[in-house]
Ligand binder design. Structure first.
Ligand code: GSH
Length: 239
């Protein structure tokens, strides 16, 4: 089955209809021009996608699904895996945040210069995802009970990234150019500094990396924007 056939069949399957027009405030022309990212009004798993698009100078239309809209069930049932984010690029509809990030990374040329770099970037990104998964578990399941344990383990996790960045003279996780894994790591560093302001105190390479990436013009503007500052990091108000 071709990809187009599969997409058409999914779109026709009763529970997989795309969210209805009432979710959208954008014009038809805008939707044709830009990517469309559908997510909740939080940073969460969409933020690495947003940061990558911003840094790469790409526009997108944001479709925000509120808690009430989600609980009503129609939107959830329309999603292939019953979850968000959802990303549309013309007639391509994707779910799974990491698949979306890798799709965009390929398209935007930020997935390494050859097969070996690509494999290294995947490896680095998986390591960042491991850290992110621990963070999400803490925030959503163990915030009131396991914070101390988390803070004890954190330097050990961060030390590994410190070593990688100290060893790579290119200034990024892999090679001499930014890759999609760098956006994920930057966000994890920023999130962890909110959770624990001294998190990077003993890691000069991580601090320099955080500063260097945050100073890239598009990222700087985004981090200073109303949209970024006023969007909660997580859906349960904990950070
Ligand atoms: N592996 C998925 C996980 C997606 C996920 O957990 N989405 C959450 C929000 S971050 C969600 O849709 N929660 C609502 C629900 O499951 O009903 C991804 O990376 O996109």
């Amino acid at each position: 089955m071709t990809l187009q056939n599969m997409q058409a069949r999914l779109a026709n399957y009763p529970s997989c209809h795309p969210p209805t027009a009432h979710l959208r405030s954008s014009t038809k022309e805008e939707l044709q021009m830009a990517y469309v990212l559908t997510y909740f009004p939080v940073r969460g798993r969409a933020e690495a996608i947003r940061l990558m698009l911003k840094d790469q100078g790409k526009d997108w239309t944001e479709v925000t699904v509120t808690r009430d809209m989600w609980l009503e069930g129609t939107v959830k049932n329309s999603c292939l895996f019953g979850q968000l984010p959802k990303f549309e690029d013309g007639d391509l509809t994707l779910y799974q945040s990491n698949a979306i990030r890798r799709y965009l990374a390929r398209k935007l040329g930020i997935y390494g210069k050859d097969d070996k770099e690509e494999a290294f970037i995947d490896m680095m990104d998986d390591a960042v995802q491991d850290l992110q998964n621990k963070y999400i578990k803490l925030i959503y399941q163990e915030y009131d009970t396991k914070k101390e344990d988390y803070f004890k383990q954190l330097p050990c996790d961060l030390a590994r990234f410190e070593k990688i960045l100290t060893c790579n003279e290119g200034g990024f996780l892999v090679g001499k150019q930014i890759s999609f894994a760098d956006y994920a790591l930057l966000l994890q560093l920023l999130n962890h500094e909110v959770l624990c302001p001294s998190a990077l105190d003993n890691f000069p390479s991580l601090q320099a990396y955080r500063d260097r990436l945050s100073a890239r013009p598009n990222i700087k503007a985004y981090l200073e924007s109303h949209a970024f500052k006023n969007t909660p990091i997580n859906g349960n108000g904990k950070q």
